[in-house]
Design a protein around this ligand. Structure first.
Ligand code: RB5
Length: 142
């Protein structure tokens, strides 16, 4: 199960991402926001982050205008490694090296076509399981 959420700035891109996940047959839970009315991004970032940290969802996707606000908020939740990505190289590397469990994107930064490819890369890339990366991740949690 994928947890997905956005503020008003990311609402349209979240809808496109959900349609894409549906087309791929990937189950998701939408944690809001549910319309384009102005709202507070930390509320939705925390909902998605807690669903992932608590184990109800394996991965999360968060979108706001820049992706920065949701990534800062999500990373405050223990156990969350949220990565702000604007390209596929970063999305692949953060899965391989950081075992990132939440993908953050900025709807005012990336276009829809790129955002869907970034999400696919993030969701389809497994963690490398390499010892040095396991060690570094455990040092983050210290
Ligand atoms: C909303 O205008 C905007 O501040 C928000 O979407 C996000 O970019 C915050 O980091």
């Amino acid at each position: 199960m994928i947890a997905i959420g956005s503020d008003h700035g990311g609402f349209a891109l979240k809808k496109a991402l959900m349609a894409h996940l549906e087309k791929r047959g990937l189950a998701y839970q939408d944690f809001g926001t549910y319309d384009e009315a102005s709202c507070d991004y930390p509320v939705y970032a925390k909902k998605v982050a807690r669903a992932v940290a608590g184990g109800a969802c394996e991965r999360g996707i968060l979108i706001c205008g820049t992706g920065i606000g949701v990534s800062i908020a999500a990373n405050k939740v223990p156990g969350i490694r949220a990565a702000l990505c604007g390209d596929c190289f970063s999305a692949e590397a953060t899965r391989l090296h950081n075992d990132a469990n939440v993908l953050c994107m900025g709807a005012r930064v990336v276009g829809e076509g790129l955002a869907l490819k970034i999400a696919d890369t993030f969701l389809d890339t497994p963690f490398s399981q390499e010892e040095r990366h396991i060690r570094r991740i455990s040092l983050i949690e210290d």
